[in-house]
Write a protein of this length. Structure first.
Length: 199
């Protein structure tokens, strides 16, 4: 169980959390500058203590490797971009924002995408909805997936028909997609969707 932090370390933790929610983890040098430390060693020492206490974790080998620990109550998930529910459209892995989910998967297994297009309206996925996706390289029949063909992504229902893979829309106005299996990559399975309503 993480220990409660006080004083400067609590402020550093709040700073790191704010940067993480903004989509860009800080470097040790940026922590040093933000708090006016005279040396990188001081900033590094505080960060390593926060990691040791379980308040943060560090992805190895990355300058911006600070992350929030997995939380049994759920996870903060990066919103990586948009995915087309229609024709294939590139889904750039640029973190736009973060969203909270109460799903009990480790946060590193999840990412979120915002839906564009209307090909999945019959499955309740409307333009602007956010889907939470569990990273996995394969899928079972009739699961809704995010699939990548070359550099283009789409959200569809995964089907196997007579030895072929098909990606089915949930709107009769759109065609069934039959990509070359050698060019198809399953990025993950849609495990949650959410919609915001303007006031």
């Amino acid at each position: 169980m993480p220990r409660p932090q006080t004083g400067i370390r609590q402020r550093i933790l709040a700073f790191v959390r704010e940067r993480l929610f903004a989509g860009e983890p800080p470097t040790v040098r940026e922590v040093k500058a933000a708090f006016g430390f005279r040396s990188l060693a001081t900033a590094r020492e505080h960060l390593e203590r926060l990691v040791a206490d379980g308040e943060l974790r560090r992805a190895p080998g990355l300058a911006r490797g600070l992350r929030l620990p997995d939380d049994p109550r759920g996870a903060v998930v990066p919103l990586l971009g948009r995915v087309q529910a229609g024709a294939f459209n590139y889904a750039a892995e640029d973190v736009e924002d973060h969203v909270w989910t109460s799903l009990r998967y480790p946060g590193r297994e999840l990412f979120a995408l915002r839906v564009r297009g209307e090909s999945m309206t019959g499955a309740g996925l409307l333009p602007g909805d956010v889907v939470i996706v569990r990273r996995q390289p394969n899928a079972e029949d009739r699961q809704i997936v995010v699939a990548l063909v070359d550099d283009e992504a789409t959200v569809k229902t995964f089907r196997r028909r007579r030895g072929r893979i098909e990606l089915h829309p949930a709107n009769p106005a759109f065609p069934v997609l039959r990509p070359d299996p050698n060019q198809l990559t399953i990025l993950g399975r849609v495990v949650e969707s959410r919609r915001a309503y303007d006031a």
